[in-house]
Design a protein around this ligand. Structure first.
Ligand SMILES: C[S@@+](CC[C@H](N)C(=O)[O-])C[C@H]1O[C@@H](n2cnc3c(N)ncnc32)[C@H](O)[C@@H]1O
Length: 340
């Protein structure tokens, strides 16, 4: 049964099928259509509709939630629904490879902390079937609502459930899960040791954190000196005027040490090189444009007017950079794993 458990207020959802689904156009295995445009995401928009309430049940082994959800995903850097969908579609095959490497097995209970719109959950559910289950957990009512709606017809929907709450203080019992996964969310922690401590408390097996690092990003063909200036200015802006809620764009390089400091056993970190080359898929183009725009906007206070304009012009659709046959993007992501 696909359910949401919340402390009080119940999020209800309504989502129209994508244009691609209705027209029977080919889709990626993740259920997201390739070749989509802005209208596509508009059709995926999640609405809160009190008249379409789903069934909400309480799971065994839980206490009532200690804290209410506090923010929407739009309050966080790089966490809006549209961004997360593009991000997932652009890196779908890399993420499948990552999930293959986790060593999940049938019967495992997996907790996906900071699950967002539930894009990883079906990949975990496939690995732990039969007999396993996946619990997605996120601060955002909107994203959890989207996950519930989107996965309602998934063949493994009975093995997935979603909850709203704060991953710094969940109300799960100790040692409830075989694996706890944190996907791109430790960067938002106000105190990383608290998040890792909570993940450790509820795990009886392993904890995984999948992160990125803004220190290893290549865009080509962009004038190298300009790219270096934008990266440097963005790093400086994030350091000197930290966003609130927090966002650490250089979290990846810190995770191995953070797992060791948290007291995990057998800590290892595996790097994943993510590349995007010409010809780019539409999702990759959207992801890259949003990524470059975020970098430029973040860097702006420490860029000269000339550099700001040059960066903006580089990623303006009119520049054609994303259709250049020499285009090359590369970044490093990493998964850190520790045993409790
Ligand atoms: C970048 S998104 C990643 C979502 C998903 N793991 C993915 O990879 O598609 C980060 C997620 O962390 C969630 N998040 C941030 N702080 C949180 C907190 N304190 N408790 C629970 N979720 C949180 C956000 O709502 C957001 O969905």
């Amino acid at each position: 049964m696909l359910v949401v458990v919340e402390s009080a207020e119940v999020a209800t959802v309504w989502a129209r099928r994508s244009a691609a689904e209705r027209e029977g156009r080919p889709q990626l295995p993740c259920g997201l259509a390739d070749g989509a445009d802005a209208e596509f995401w508009e059709l995926h928009r999640v609405r809160h509709d009190q008249s379409a309430k789903r069934t909400f049940t309480r799971l065994p082994g839980r206490r009532p939630l200690a804290r209410r959800a506090m923010a929407t995903s739009d309050d966080l850097q790089l966490s809006s629904l549209g961004w997360l969908l593009d991000h997932h579609e652009a890196k779908y095959f890399d993420r499948r490879r990552m999930v293959d490497d986790l060593g999940l097995k049938p019967g495992d209970a997996v907790l996906d902390l900071g699950c967002g719109p539930g894009l990883w959950a079906p990949m975990f559910a496939e690995k732990v079937a039969p007999g396993g289950r996946v619990t997605g957990f996120d601060l955002s009512n909107e994203l959890i609502g989207y996950a519930v709606s989107r996965l309602a017809d998934h063949p493994l929907h009975e093995n997935m459930n979603f909850e709203v709450g704060n991953f710094e203080a969940t109300s799960f019992d100790d040692n409830l899960f075989d694996a706890v996964f944190l996907g791109n969310c430790c960067c938002y922690a106000s105190d990383l040791s608290v998040v890792l401590g909570e993940a450790m408390r509820v795990s009886r097996g392993r904890v995984f954190s999948k992160d990125f690092d803004g220190g290893a990003v290549i865009f080509h063909p962009v004038e190298e000196h300009l790219a270096a200036k934008v990266m440097e200015a963005a790093a400086r802006a994030l350091k000197e005027n930290p966003p609130e809620p927090p966002f650490d764009n250089f979290i990846g390089q810190k995770m191995h040490g953070a797992f060791r400091s948290a007291g995990f056993q057998d800590v290892t970190t595996r790097p994943y090189v993510i590349q995007m080359t010409s010809p780019l898929r539409n999702a990759e183009k959207r992801y890259l444009t949003k990524n470059a725009t975020w970098l430029g906007t973040t860097a702006e206070p420490y860029l000269s007017e000339d550099d700001r304009k040059r960066w903006e012009a580089t990623f303006d659709p009119a520049s054609g950079i994303l259709d250049d046959e020499n285009f090359y993007f590369c970044m490093v992501e990493m998964i850190t794993v520790g045993r409790v």
